[in-house]
Design a protein around this ligand. Structure first.
Ligand code: THU
Length: 173
């Protein structure tokens, strides 16, 4: 992975500055593979199982495992606000707890706003979710593709590490 190589180079040569670039591919729904399209539909459906009485912002996620299994989840809020959890973590924790030995290949995220409609602009995972997704990627030992659904288009990012460069991980402990 280019990103890891860059950091290694930084440490070895003690460079004072380094740059990281990521690629985000924008696709229309009709440009997706059958597998990608199914995952999008699962993430969209999951928004209808969201429990979001406080924000009324309904997020759904769908995780694809290496054997084709799809796990879905949604944001689950709580009257003690910080006790709630995002769709991405609900779903990834569920996938990892049900199938601890199966690699995760892809996660797709979709959201409906307070008007009940799917967002035009794809939403992007929060920082805490990126950290959790990053460790799932480490566990899987291969990149997890991230698909962000919006009615204006779908953003595709090839690895969670692209969303969280220079991250903290178990190697620091
Ligand atoms: N939320 C998610 O589930 N995922 C995101 O990527 C962003 C935000 C949830 C948290 C909260 O229940 C609601 O959306 C509003 O922030």
């Amino acid at each position: 992975m280019h990103y890891l190589w860059t950091i290694k180079q930084y440490i070895q040569k003690n460079m004072e500055e380094f740059n990281i670039s990521i690629s985000v591919i924008k696709k229309n729904q009709d440009e997706l593979t059958k597998e990608e399209s199914t995952l999008v539909e699962n993430a969209k459906e999951a928004t209808f199982r969201s429990y979001a009485p406080y924000s009324r912002f309904c997020v759904g996620a769908a995780v694809l495992l290496e054997d084709g299994t799809i796990v879905t989840g949604s944001n689950q809020e709580n009257s003690a606000y910080p006790s709630g959890i995002c769709a991405e973590r609900t779903t990834m924790f569920y996938a990892n707890s049900q199938y601890p030995d199966k690699k995760v290949k892809c996660i797709c995220i979709a959201a409906r706003g307070t008007d009940g409609n799917f967002t035009g602009r794809p939403i992007s995972p929060c920082g805490a979710c990126r950290q959790v997704l990053s460790e799932s990627e480490d566990r899987s030992k291969s990149p997890i593709k991230v698909m962000l659904y919006g009615t204006d288009g779908i953003y595709i990012i090839n690895s969670v590490k692209d969303l969280l460069p220079v991250s903290f991980d178990a190697s620091f402990l």
